[in-house]
Design a protein around this ligand. Structure first.
Ligand code: GLC
Length: 739
C-alpha cells in the first residue's frame, strides 16, 4: 500500500519547517528559488546510482525519487479520459480497490468534435483534479496521433485527422491539467497511427508528411502547451525505435523545439541501452517486468537504463553528461509535481466534474442526418414531446463502454447509459430490447456469439418495432478486441455483430428510425439512404446518456462537427489506396504513400467525395453566412490578412455553429492539398441573432515544409480562403495574392 502523500510529507515538512524557521532550507527544497538552481543543487547531492534510479521504473506505474534527500517517488496513471483504477505494484492486474472509482470524461475524439478550446481547458483541469485526489503526478495522455485509417483501434483516444484542429485543442487540455501540478504526457510520439504490429513496424514517410501532418500537434503540445512529459511510441521511424530516436528526439524535439521536459517510453518501448543513453530517452517504463518472474531474475535494476547503462558509463563508453541531462529533467518534473507543496486538493466524481462531462458530451454529438420520414412533414429530430411509444434497441444502449479498450479503460462511479438517459426524459414511454449481442470486452480475443442468438434478438426487436411510434437504435462499435481497442485494429470497415442487417430490418418494420452510433471511428453505412436520422454519439463517458437524451429530445441543439472523414468505402481512404505496404505494412516496414493527402486532403484533392466530410455537423436551426470582407487583396510575405464574415441564426432555435476557415494554394510548385484547415471559431447565436466572425491569416498559415531546405516556405502567387460549415459545405471563397 503506497504510504499516502501526507505520511511522506511529514518528515519533509518537519525538516522543511525547522530549516525554514531557521532560514536555511536546502536550495533544492526552496520553492522560492529558480528551478534550475534547485535542480543543480539536488543533482550535486546525488550519487550516480541515485541518478540511475531516477530514470527507470521501480514498479508498473511508479519511478523512484531520492529517499535520502526527501525527493518523493513519482506516480503515474492512465489515461486520457480519466484516472485508471489502481494497478498492482509490478504486473498489469488491477488491485481491485473499492476507493478508486472516478469520472469518465468523453473520449478525446468527442472532445475534438466539440471544436471548443475552452471546453478542452475545463476537461484538462477536471481530469487534473481527479488525478490530484488520486495522488497521481503524471497522467498518461492526451493522445494526438493523426487519424490516418478508420481501422486504427485507438483513434477514439486521439483528436482526428487534421493537424490544426488537434494542435489547437491539445494545448488547453494540457494547460488545464498542469495548473493543478499534474504533468501531462502527450502521446504517442510519433507515427503510432495503427495498432497492428505497433511494437515494431518501421514507419517510412516523406519529410513533408512528417512535418505537415504528423508532428504539428506534438509541437503545439510541447511548445505552446508546455507538456511536462511526452511519451514515445512503440513503432520504429526510418529504422530506429521512436523511444530512442536521434532524429525525432534529439534533433527535432530537443534541439529544434527546445524541449526541456521528460521523454518517457511507452511501456516496453525501450530496446537498446546505448541508443537510450544517446538518442533522447529520459525515463524507461514497463520494460517487461511482468511481475510474474521472481525479482532476482528480471528486476527494474536490469532495465536497459539501469545496470547496463551504469556499466557503459563506468567503461567510459557513454559520457556521464548523458545521465546528468536525464536526471535534471526528472528532477524538474518532480519539483513541478510530486514535490510541489501548495497544490490544490483535487476531487473525484463531483457534481462539477459530471457537469463538465455532460457539457462536453452535449457539444460533441454530431447530427449527421436529419430528414422527415415521408416526403414532407417535420424532421424526425428532435423527438416531439407527444411521442408515446418509443422503442430503444441496441447493445450499446446499456453497455458500460468504459470497460475494455485497453489502457484507457476506466472504473466509473456512475454510468448514465443512453437507455437510462432516455428513460429519465421519456419515462415508461420507453421500451427496450437488445437487438444484438456484442460479447465481453476482452483484450486479445473475441467472444463468439452463436448466430441463433443474434437471429432471435433481431426478430424480437423487429416485432417490437412494428408497434412503436419511433425506434431509436443505439449501436456502433465498442471496446472489444478488434473494435475500438488498443493492441489491435478493426478487420473491416463495416458495423460488427450483424448491425447492418438489423438496421435494415428495423427500418423495414418502422421507417421512423433514428440510428445513434457510439464509436471512435468511421463505419460503412450501406443503409444510410433509408434512415431518416443519424447521430454520431462517440464514447461520452459517465454522463453519455444525459447528453444523448439532451440532443434527441431537443434540450440541447447539437453543434458537434466531425474531426475525421467518413469515407463511403475503405478504399476511398488514402491509406488504403496503395495496397498493403501502405496499410498495414508488410509486418516489418510500412510506407505512408498517400503522403500529405490524409483524410479530407485526400478526398478533396483526388475528388473522391467522403460520405460524411470532415467538419460536417447539422443543427436544429439553420445558419446564414453573409458576404465576407478582406483587409487586402494582396499581401506581402510578412503581412497578415484579416477576413470577416457575418453569420446569422436563421431558425427558431438557439444554437452553436463552428465557422471553419480553409486555405488553398493555387499556384504551388509542389503538390499541395486543395485546402487545409487554418482557423475555426465556435459561436453561439439566438434565433435571428447575427455576429461577425473575423480570422487573421498569418504568413505561417500559407507555408508548406520544403524538404529540399528543411524549412517552411510560402511561394508568391494566388491563394484562396474558403469559409464554410464543413470542409465541403463552403459558403464563401475569397481569393488573394501573396506578393
Ligand atoms: C500502453 C499504451 C500507453 C499507456 C501505457 C501504460 O501500452 O500504449 O498509451 O499509457 O501502455 O498503460
Amino acid at each position: 500500500m503506497k504510504p499516502s502523500r501526507l505520511l511522506l510529507s511529514i518528515p519533509l515538512a518537519f525538516s522543511g519547517m525547522l530549516a525554514w524557521a531557521t532560514g536555511n532550507l536546502p536550495i533544492y527544497q526552496d520553492e522560492t528559488r529558480p528551478m534550475d538552481e534547485r535542480v543543480e543543487d539536488a543533482l550535486s547531492r546525488m550519487t550516480t546510482q541515485e541518478k540511475i534510479n531516477l530514470i527507470h521504473a521501480q514498479g508498473k506505474f511508479s519511478s523512484a525519487g531520492v529517499p535520502r534527500l526527501g525527493i518523493p517517488d513519482l506516480w503515474m496513471s492512465d489515461g486520457p479520459h480519466g484516472v485508471r483504477a489502481e494497478i498492482n505494484w509490478n504486473d498489469w492486474g488491477y488491485s481491485n480497490r473499492t476507493n478508486d472509482s472516478i469520472t469518465a470524461f468523453p473520449a478525446l475524439t468527442a472532445l475534438a468534435a466539440t471544436w471548443n478550446p475552452s471546453l478542452s481547458f475545463e476537461y484538462g483541469n477536471a481530469i487534473g483534479e481527479e488525478a490530484l485526489y488520486r495522488e497521481k503526478d503524471v497522467m498518461l495522455g492526451p493522445g494526438v496521433n493523426i487519424y490516418r485509417t478508420p481501422l486504427n483501434g485507438r483513434n477514439f483516444e486521439y483528436m482526428g485527422e487534421d493537424p490544426h484542429l488537434a494542435s489547437v485543442l491539445v494545448v488547453p487540455y494540457i494547460k488545464g491539467m498542469q495548473q493543478n501540478g499534474v504533468a501531462a504526457s502527450v502521446k504517442h510520439f510519433a507515427l503510432n497511427n495503427q495498432e497492428l504490429w505497433r511494437g515494431h513496424i518501421d514507419v517510412n514517410l516523406s519529410d513533408r508528411a512528417l512535418h505537415e501532418i504528423y508532428l504539428p500537434a506534438f509541437k503545439s503540445a510541447v511548445v505552446d502547451g508546455d507538456s511536462w512529459t511526452i511519451m514515445g511510441s512503440y513503432n520504429k521511424i526510418r529504422g530506429q525505435h521512436a523511444c530512442h530516436n536521434d532524429l525525432l528526439l534529439n534533433k527535432i524535439l530537443k534541439e529544434d523545439w527546445g524541449y526541456k521536459g521528460v521523454v518517457m517510453t511507452d511501456w516496453g518501448g525501450a530496446h537498446d541501452t546505448r541508443e537510450a543513453a544517446l538518442y533522447g530517452l529520459d525515463l524507461e517504463m514497463g520494460s517487461y517486468t511482468n511481475g510474474l518472474t521472481s525479482e532476482s531474475e528480471f528486476t527494474t535494476d536490469d532495465y536497459y537504463m539501469a545496470k547496463p547503462y551504469l556499466a557503459l558509463i563506468e567503461k567510459g563508453d557513454v559520457p556521464m553528461s548523458t545521465l546528468d541531462d536525464k536526471a535534471r529533467r526528472m528532477l524538474r518534473l518532480n519539483f513541478l509535481t510530486a514535490m510541489k507543496r501548495n497544490k490544490p486538493l483535487g476531487s473525484v466524481a463531483s457534481p462539477e466534474h459530471y457537469a463538465i462531462a455532460e457539457k462536453i458530451g452535449d457539444e460533441a454529438i454530431v447530427l449527421l442526418k436529419n430528414a422527415s420520414v415521408g416526403k414532407k412533414g417535420p424532421k424526425l429530430l428532435p423527438l416531439s414531446e407527444n411521442i408515446k411509444n418509443i422503442l430503444v434497441v441496441g447493445d450499446n444502449a446499456t453497455r458500460d463502454l468504459m470497460k475494455g479498450g485497453g489502457s484507457s479503460e476506466l472504473k466509473v462511479k456512475d454510468n448514465v447509459t443512453p437507455l437510462k438517459g432516455l428513460q429519465a426524459i421519456y419515462g415508461d414511454r420507453i421500451k427496450y430490447t437488445q437487438g444484438y449481442r456484442a460479447g465481453k470486452p476482452m483484450y486479445s480475443n473475441v467472444e463468439k456469439i452463436p448466430q441463433a442468438i443474434q437471429d432471435s434478438l433481431r426478430d424480437e426487436a423487429v416485432s417490437m418495432a412494428r408497434n412503436a411510434d419511433v425506434v431509436i437504435f443505439i449501436g456502433g462499435l465498442n471496446k472489444n478486441h478488434l473494435q475500438d481497442c488498443e493492441a489491435g485494429d478493426r478487420i473491416d470497415y463495416s458495423l460488427p455483430f450483424g448491425q447492418p442487417e438489423l438496421i435494415e430490418a428495423l427500418q423495414a418494420a418502422n421507417p421512423n428510425l433514428i440510428v445513434v452510433l457510439l464509436s471512435g471511428n468511421a463505419v460503412a453505412m450501406p443503409w444510410e439512404k433509408k434512415v431518416p436520422a443519424i447521430v454520431q454519439g462517440w464514447y461520452l463517458g459517465s454522463m453519455a446518456g444525459k447528453s444523448i437524451a439532451n440532443v434527441i429530445s431537443g434540450k440541447v441543439n447539437p453543434s458537434g462537427k466531425l474531426p475525421f472523414s467518413f469515407p463511403v468505402k475503405l478504399e476511398d481512404n488514402g491509406a488504403h489506396h496503395f495496397g498493403a505496404i501502405s496499410y498495414p505494412g508488410d509486418s516489418i516496414r510500412q510506407e505512408y504513400l498517400e503522403d500529405i493527402l490524409v483524410g479530407y486532403r485526400w478526398h478533396d484533392t483526388k475528388k473522391i467525395p467522403a460520405f460524411y466530410p470532415f467538419g460536417h455537423g447539422l443543427s436544429y436551426t439553420t445558419w446564414q453566412y453573409g458576404k465576407p470582407s478582406a483587409s487586402a487583396k494582396t499581401i506581402s510575405e510578412n503581412e497578415c490578412l484579416t477576413i470577416s464574415i457575418p453569420i446569422r441564426n436563421n431558425g427558431q432555435t438557439a444554437g452553436k455553429e463552428v465557422v471553419q476557415l480553409y486555405i488553398g494554394d493555387d499556384q504551388a510548385s509542389v503538390l499541395r492539398p486543395l485546402k487545409e484547415l487554418k482557423g475555426f471559431e465556435k459561436i453561439a447565436l439566438k434565433p435571428g441573432e447575427e455576429k461577425t466572425v473575423s480570422f487573421t491569416i498569418k504568413p505561417d498559415d500559407l507555408k508548406f515544409y520544403d524538404d529540399t531546405t528543411g524549412s517552411w516556405k510560402a511561394e508568391p502567387g494566388k491563394f484562396n480562403v474558403y469559409i464554410g460549415s464543413s470542409s465541403t459545405d463552403i459558403r464563401a471563397t475569397v481569393p488573394f495574392e501573396l506578393k
